[in-house]
Design a protein around this ligand. Structure first.
Ligand code: CP3
Length: 391
């Protein structure tokens, strides 16, 4: 087929351009995997050549979208949404129907694991997540066991299967989990926290119980992510939202060691394709080298670090995902475009960059600024990828 590869924004978002692209760049698969129309995201994570920089946004499905608020209202609550595979599929696809994003992320939450362990997750109005039965003594930690993903977490796997099917290979599906340490923060604090008093007291006063809790969490996360991969997730991301609140020594002992353990237990291939893993430690800029060495394929970076510097430090070993400050989306489409251009320039020439925010999108974000961001990445990034397809 004669296929002209002009990297105009119109071409980049044309399904036929993307199919032709992926027909040329996807290696032959083993036994009948679903063809991906657009595998630019997976290729960038594996630092293979790409025609442009792929983009998706942490928390891309959520309250900033009026269609999400409408679906949430008909489901009754966030948990009802997340626990119904049909609703979860609907909201996962909403941002993709609005914006030409290069990946979908399972609509769920990191707190499904502790909920399945019996801690009783609920959302108090306007207060974020809470647990009815937080872990506040040795005995409750001693009793804890990793849930069987096919039991209490079956609804998540059903959602992965349904979303995978509904995507019809448009873009890859990302599965995710919280890190063992970040889950432990919520399990011991009983909800969000300003000072992490309870979890940090546990780490320092009873490290043995802390390690027991983190071991159970690591096993739970590994089994959960592998089950998501088997159900159809094509990449996985681990959110260590609170690792950055730890001291250097505590981060290595209580978070990084367990991230390594999870990564080493992950399935590396499914459906004839590599399944890349991304580790995001919010506030982890100080530890980039150590995070890059944990065995992951890509490191998510928040907005406090200059992307070019992150690349100089670890870009030879892993891909990078990030890192526009989500607050820039409160500005104007023009400012969004120029700040996007700055992030692209900071990373510079070549593959290995997945554009994202430095943390989740805020509910106060105007959707038109998200449109401007995605368009800017697709329009400005081809210049950083000098690898035209062979004619
Ligand atoms: O990225 C996506 O679109 C996938 C969905 C997703 C949600 N939570 C949906 C959600 C993902 C990847 C998460 C991860 C998550 N959940 C993290 C790690 C990422 C991060 O932000 O650091 C954490 C710490 C949580 C725990 C959690 N869940 C909090 C603190 C909250 C309240 C946040 C808020 O904005 O009120 C939630 C609820 C939640 N999870 C919402 C969504 C869309 C908002 C729920 C609603 O509709 O009211």
């Amino acid at each position: 087929m004669e296929f002209h590869c002009e990297k105009t924004p119109e071409n980049l978002n044309r399904p036929d351009y993307r199919s032709a692209l992926s027909a040329r760049v996807t290696p032959k698969q083993s036994s009948g995997p679903m063809t991906l129309e657009n595998d630019v995201f997976l290729r960038a994570l594996l630092r293979q050549s790409v025609p442009y920089t792929p983009v998706w946004l942490m928390r891309q499905a959520g309250r900033y979208l009026p269609e999400y608020r409408a679906t949430r209202a008909s489901a009754g609550s966030f948990l009802a949404l997340a626990k119904s595979p049909g609703f979860a599929t609907e909201v996962t696809l909403q941002p993709l129907d609005r914006f030409p994003l290069d990946a979908a992320i399972l609509f769920s939450d990191i707190l499904t694991i502790p909920d399945a362990m019996g801690l009783g997750l609920y959302f108090a109005d306007g207060e974020g997540p809470r647990f009815e039965r937080p872990l506040r003594d040795r005995a409750s930690i001693a009793r804890l066991a990793a849930p069987d993903p096919d039991g209490e977490l079956r609804y998540v796997l059903d959602a992965v299967r349904e979303i995978h099917k509904a995507l019809k290979g448009r873009v890859p599906l990302i599965g995710f989990s919280g890190s063992p340490f970040t889950l432990a923060c919520y399990m011991v604090e009983g909800g969000g926290s300003d000072d992490f008093r309870h979890i940090k007291s546990l780490l320092y006063q009873d490290p043995e119980s802390a390690h027991r809790l983190l071991e159970v969490n690591a096993e739970a996360v590994t089994r959960y992510l592998n089950a998501q991969i088997e159900a159809g997730a094509q990449a996985v991301m681990i959110f260590d939202t609170w690792g950055g609140t730890l001291s250097d020594a505590a981060f290595r002992e209580f978070s990084l060691a367990y991230l390594k353990r999870v990564i080493s237990g992950l399935l590396k291939e499914a459906d004839g394709r590599r399944v890349p893993s991304v580790v995001f430690v919010k506030g982890g800029g100080l530890w980039l080298e150590s995070i890059a060495d944990c065995g992951c394929d890509a490191v998510g970076v928040d907005w406090t670090i200059e992307l070019g510097e992150a690349r100089r430090r670890i870009g030879g070993r892993v891909a990078l995902q990030g890192n526009l400050d989500p607050a820039i989306l409160f500005s104007t489409p023009e400012i969004v475009r120029s700040e996007t251009s700055r992030v692209l320039a900071s990373y510079g020439q070549g593959t290995g960059h997945v554009f994202n925010l430095g943390h989740g999108i805020s509910q106060h974000t105007p959707p038109e600024n998200v449109a401007a961001l995605v368009a800017a990445v697709h329009e400005l990034s081809p210049g950083y990828h000098q690898n035209p397809l062979p004619r």
